[in-house]
Design a protein around this ligand. Structure first.
Ligand code: GLA
Length: 384
């Protein structure tokens, strides 16, 4: 019996009714655009979080994790901002939020096994939320995994859990990726209306690989920097008289910038507007098989995040610069930034050379050793 189900049975003295899983993600491009009603282009990672679960007749959640040797017990009615704290908030928050949305959910016994690297900016929290949401949908007969609309409901419930219970003011990209991404495709996600389009993404046909590097530099979205970026975007939108910065297009960008009162708001806005334009530029370049152009757009995105949005850091810049100096077609930070992961588009034959060069550059700079791995586009949350 696999360790997950064996642990469940040992802990709760009965077998789980099933095992569900959901993936982490890397975002190819479209960073810090989701909360601006913009576009993003994530792929699902092969790394997944699994949860073994069974329904209870009462309102109690009993939550255990293979990575944390503790049992958290909480009633759904008692779940609130900051309660429970820590990783269990992502589990309990999902049940709370489904109930808030009007779904008849009850308690669960749950054991989770998180195989998405933690704190790496690869959406381990969304993977956890979405695996639990998938379990709840099946165990309580909600049927929400079966349709795209249902998956949208689950993604929204998971985002609400993260915002309201775990206290991280994130946009909805990570949860949408975990619910909608399909193998060998990137997901063109329109955060204004929630619509999605599958974009074929098979780098092996071009003898290329996507090398992800977890810098191991701390990355905490609940701290003030992420929220400060959101606030700046909302302020700029208000001054420009639009609901979201998505409504500012490239043609009107210069005029809009001229109407903003300070340099910080101008740079934040310029990042968001140019980044949204780069998403469809990447979609087109992928369609045309122009991977050199995809690489150039990755670099332009990184420079914009580094200089205008100011969410990069020494470690992320070092991955990008080292990868580019050793033959990558493009490289950029991915996810929220301030640490976490970067990725590079690298010829398959150069993957070892580029990842060794990154490791050496970190050693030379006396930084914690990074972890690099190649990824392909994997599938969404489902019952295993
Ligand atoms: C984090 C958030 C997402 C998104 C990205 C930046 O991953 O969870 O909602 O805002 O940062 O693109």
């Amino acid at each position: 019996m696999p360790r997950l189900t064996r642990t469940f049975t040992d802990r709760f003295s009965h077998s789980p009714e099933g095992v569900w899983s959901a993936p982490g993600r890397v975002n190819l491009i479209g960073e810090h655009t989701d909360y601006n009603g913009g576009l993003a282009l994530p792929i699902a990672l092969p790394h997944r979080t699994r949860c073994a679960a069974s329904a209870r007749d009462d309102d109690t959640l009993r939550i255990h994790s293979l990575q944390e040797d503790s049992l958290v017990e909480v009633r759904i009615d008692d779940v609130a901002a900051g309660h429970p704290g820590g990783w269990a908030a992502y589990v309990a928050g999902v049940l709370w939020s489904l109930r808030e949305a009007g779904y008849a959910v009850r308690g669960l016994d749950v054991v989770v096994d998180g195989q998405v690297p933690l704190g790496a900016g690869l959406s381990s929290s969304a993977a956890l939320e979405c695996s639990v949401a998938a379990a709840a949908s099946d165990l309580f007969g909600l049927g929400l995994l079966d349709t795209a609309e249902g998956r949208e409901v689950l993604a929204a419930a998971c985002q609400r859990a993260e915002n309201d219970i775990a206290g991280a003011p994130t946009g909805g990209m990570d949860q949408a990726a975990a619910m909608h991404c399909t193998p060998a495709h990137a997901l063109r996600l329109d955060c204004l209306d929630g619509s999605t389009r599958q974009v074929p993404f098979d780098l092996s046909a071009h003898d290329l690989a996507l090398l992800v590097t977890d810098t191991r530099a701390s990355h905490a979205l609940a701290d003030g920097q992420y929220g400060a970026r959101r606030d700046a975007c909302e302020k700029a939108a208000e001054i420009l008289g639009v609901e979201f910065l998505r409504e500012v297009d490239m043609a009107s960008l210069e005029d809009s910038l001229a109407r903003l009162p300070d340099d910080v708001l101008r740079r934040r806005t310029r990042h968001v507007v140019t980044e949204i334009a780069r998403v469809d530029a990447v979609v087109e370049a992928l369609r045309d098989g122009d991977l050199a152009e995809v690489g150039r757009l990755f670099v332009a995105s990184h420079e914009s995040l580094r200089d205008d949005y100011e969410v990069s850091c020494t470690e992320l810049d070092l991955v990008v610069d080292t990868a580019m100096a050793h033959g990558a077609l493009g490289a950029r930070m991915t996810g929220g930034g301030f640490g976490g992961s970067a990725m590079a588009l690298v010829p398959v034959a150069e993957v070892e050379r580029v990842s060794s060069a990154i490791a050496e550059a970190f050693a030379d700079a006396n930084l914690t050793a990074p972890v690099s791995f190649s990824v392909t586009a994997a599938g969404p949350a489902h019952r295993d």
